[in-house]
Design a protein around this ligand. Sequence first.
Ligand SMILES: *[C@@H]1O[C@H](CO)[C@@H](O)[C@H](O)[C@H]1NC(C)=O
Ligand SMILES: *[C@@H]1O[C@H](CO)[C@@H](O)[C@H](O)[C@H]1NC(C)=O
Ligand SMILES: *[C@@H]1O[C@H](CO)[C@@H](O)[C@H](O)[C@H]1NC(C)=O
Length: 216
Amino acid sequence: MAMRGLVFGVVILFSLMSWATSTRADNVLLTNSNGMLEGFNIPSDLQPPAGHKLKAAYYAEGLHHYTFNGSSWVLYNATATLYSVEGRLNASLLEKASGRKMLQEQDPMGQRTAVGDHFFLAHVDPTGGRPTWETLLPAYSSVTGRYEKSVRADPRSFEWSLLRATRLKGSGDIFGDIQYIQCLATTGGLPPSISFGAQFWNVHVSPYSAVYAFYR
Ligand SMILES: *[C@@H]1O[C@H](CO)[C@@H](O)[C@H](O)[C@H]1NC(C)=O
Ligand SMILES: *[C@@H]1O[C@H](CO)[C@@H](O)[C@H](O)[C@H]1NC(C)=O
Ligand SMILES: *[C@@H]1O[C@H](CO)[C@@H](O)[C@H](O)[C@H]1NC(C)=O
């Protein structure tokens, strides 16, 4: 799968940096001392119910896979890598995540560590879940979710969404008790804008990035 090479470790993002930049608030991902995402303009529709606490947030880069079903392009898979960034999301990753320039150019490869994968289960699980996030270390834990709500935050990018966990696997520290997942700060990942000329079962891959936030 998308995971290649060594996995150096898993870093939970409890304390992120405090960027006091002049950029728009919704460009910036922060957590406060309670581990809540802050400074990120998350639509209220996408907030998990009260009482659920942020456990981790990862930046993801990969591909959306679409197939043409005769009338629409349908998202059927994602193959993406989850990255942790030394305990925080550094500016260059925030720039990529938000699609906007924040600070001077930095090399994101020097700062990020691959910690897991994102993909869709081959078959929808019994409670309607399919998108899945998996850490390879320490314990192959995974969470699968079902879309609850989506919001189109940027017409050039796929929707932000809230998913409810339907299936947990492994005793992993990371995803073992997750109940909600947010997909935020998306870039790209859209299907072709026209279906003219598309043939049944044509496929289309669409590069994207996002920030996934996990709540217990
Ligand atoms: C194709 O996908 C769309 C969107 O999910 C759906 O509304 C439609 O019924 C599907 N068509 C077929 C032939 O499966
Ligand atoms: C972001 O990454 C750069 C390059 O690795 C590093 O010099 C800088 O200290 C990092 N910033 C923060 C706030 O961690
Ligand atoms: C999505 O891709 C992953 C990795 O290649 C694969 O394991 C999974 O079965 C695929 N899911 C679907 C629905 O094709």
